[in-house]
Structure formats: structure tokens, C-alpha cells
Unconditional design. Structure first.
Length: 288
């Protein structure tokens, strides 16, 4: 009911830009440009957690982009899901290697879950809402895409805001799992040629995405072993190098590439590290 009321209120009450407060617009051109104007970039936190996927971000977590994410997440500015989803869609495309309308299989967006406590407090799950908007945007541009919200928190975790990189890794270690039946859904999609892309609204230390990648890889390894699909029947876009081989089914250790991930925003320092590399910023179809 809370989410429904916010959407209705947004239609009848005066609005202002969620990024800068400019009146009579939910998103001004300047703040929109901060979300999508530079194109998605490969980002790397420092230190980089073990098992972190290749991550692509649409914007740095500062200025208008930061304000827009907070407005959507914490203040219930639900109409911002559409432009935030468009920014995420660009990062997803980059993470998937610029897969276009002619690509085989679909893009499978797997959102990092919020805790039940956070969802209750906010009245919505912001990452899942933005992922659905991103998938819709991708479909409208001719790319097959859908959201598979199969990740769950299997134990309580502390508030991450006061923790450093090591603390966040310890806090999240083993905290996520694929829901019952989720491994089968992922396995079926991957065997059909789907590309798994983990999605979140924000990356700071990378601990959440590393843990999400571990949980997805573990579930898919177990699914491959249970079905006997083996290496020949599983698409290589989701696995870790060095993940232990399944007890049966022919999934070979080190055979598969790591998964990829996409976020709307990442800490500015993760971009600055990449500026030393000519391959730092990648957009669909090329580099910059």
C-alpha cells in the first residue's frame, strides 16, 4: 500500500528533480546526464575482493547520481526507477559484451537482494524495482532480457555503512544463497544460451557482488552436477576460475569464466584507479 500511495501521490503533487531539487520535473537534464552522459565504465575497488566479477558502472557515486539513488531508495521517489533502470541497462549491455538484438539467448539480470528488514522499512526493494525497469528498457531496444530474483539472504548481516572493506567481506561471507528451485531456473536459462549478469544499485567495496557471484556459481555448479549436463551443456558466463569441481557431471575446475556484474553507480575511487588503463571505460561496441 505504501508503494501504491507514493506512485499516486507522484501524479498529483508538485514534483522536483530528485537530484538537484529543480522544480516541476522529476529529473532535470543535468542530473540525467550525470547518470548516462559518459557511458558505462569498468570499475575496480581497491582492495579488490577475491571472486569479484567484472563490474561495469554507469556513473560515479557523487553529485546528482548519488542524490537520485538516495531519493529512490530512501525517500520513495519511485518514478526515478525508469531513468535509473535506463542507466543500469547501459551497464548491463557493457557487462554482457555489447550483446545486441541479434545475440543468442537472453540477458538474465540477477539482483543482489535487500534484507527483509530494509524492504519493510522502505516499503519496496529498490534494486529489484530498478532491475525490472532495466530489463524492460533492454527489451524495448530489441534485447531479450528478464529478471531472475533468485538470491536470498540466508542469515542476518550487520549494517554495512560503518564497516570497511575487510569488515564487509567478513559480514557477508556465506550470507547469500539461491532460493530453492532457483538453481534449476538459472540452469535452464543458461543451458538455453542465457547470459547471467548480477545487478545492484551501488558498488563500494565489492563485497556484496563477490558474495552474490559465489552463491550463483555454487548453485549452478550443483545444478550441473545434479542434471549431468556437464561442461558441454552449461554456458561459460557464470562461473569462477578455480571454483571446486562438482562431484559428478563433468564440471571442470577452472574451466569457466567469472560472471559479470552491472551497477548504476560506483565509488569515484574505483573509476580513478581505472584511468591509468587505456581499457578503463568500455561502452557497447567500443572503448573510450
Amino acid at each position: 500500500m505504501r508503494g501504491w500511495w507514493r506512485e499516486v501521490a507522484g501524479l498529483v503533487l508538485p514534483v522536483s528533480c530528485g537530484g538537484c531539487g529543480r522544480p516541476r520535473t522529476a529529473l532535470c537534464p543535468s542530473c540525467e546526464a550525470e547518470l548516462t552522459g559518459t557511458g558505462p565504465c569498468r570499475v575496480r575497488p581497491s582492495p579488490e575482493p577475491r571472486g569479484l566479477p567484472d563490474v561495469y558502472a554507469a556513473a560515479a557515486y557523487e553529485g546528482g547520481a548519488r542524490a537520485l539513488l538516495l531519493a529512490h531508495k530512501e525517500r520513495g521517489a519511485l518514478p526515478l526507477a525508469a531513468p535509473l533502470g535506463a542507466a543500469l541497462a547501459g551497464a548491463v549491455t557493457a557487462a554482457a559484451g555489447g550483446l545486441g538484438a541479434g545475440g543468442s539467448g537472453s540477458l538474465l539480470l540477477v539482483p543482489v537482494p535487500s534484507s527483509r528488514r530494509s524492504v519493510r522499512a522502505r516499503g519496496h526493494d529498490p534494486t529489484r524495482r530498478i532491475a525490472l525497469a532495466a530489463a524492460g528498457r533492454l527489451r524495448r531496444t530489441g534485447r531479450a532480457a528478464r529478471v531472475l530474483p533468485v538470491l536470498r539472504q540466508r542469515r542476518a548481516v550487520a549494517d554495512q555503512s560503518g564497516l570497511g572493506a575487510r569488515g564487509r567481506l567478513a559480514n557477508l561471507a556465506g550470507a547469500l544463497a539461491v532460493a530453492p528451485g532457483g538453481g534449476r531456473l538459472l540452469g535452464e536459462a543458461v543451458r538455453a544460451g542465457g547470459r547471467v549478469v548480477l545487478v545492484d544499485d551501488l558498488m563500494t567495496t565489492g563485497a556484496s557482488l563477490a558474495e552474490a557471484a559465489r552463491a550463483v556459481a555454487e548453485a549452478l555448479t550443483a545444478e550441473a552436477a545434479a542434471t549431468g549436463s556437464g561442461a558441454g551443456g552449461v554456458h561459460p558466463s557464470f562461473m569462477f576460475p578455480g571454483l571446486a569441481a562438482a562431484p559428478k557431471g563433468g564440471v571442470t575446475e577452472g574451466l569457466f569464466e567469472r560472471p559479470t556484474a552491472a551497477v548504476i553507480a560506483s565509488s569515484p575511487s574505483s573509476f580513478e584507479i581505472n584511468r591509468n588503463s587505456p581499457r578503463s571505460c568500455i561502452v557497447a561496441g567500443g572503448e573510450r
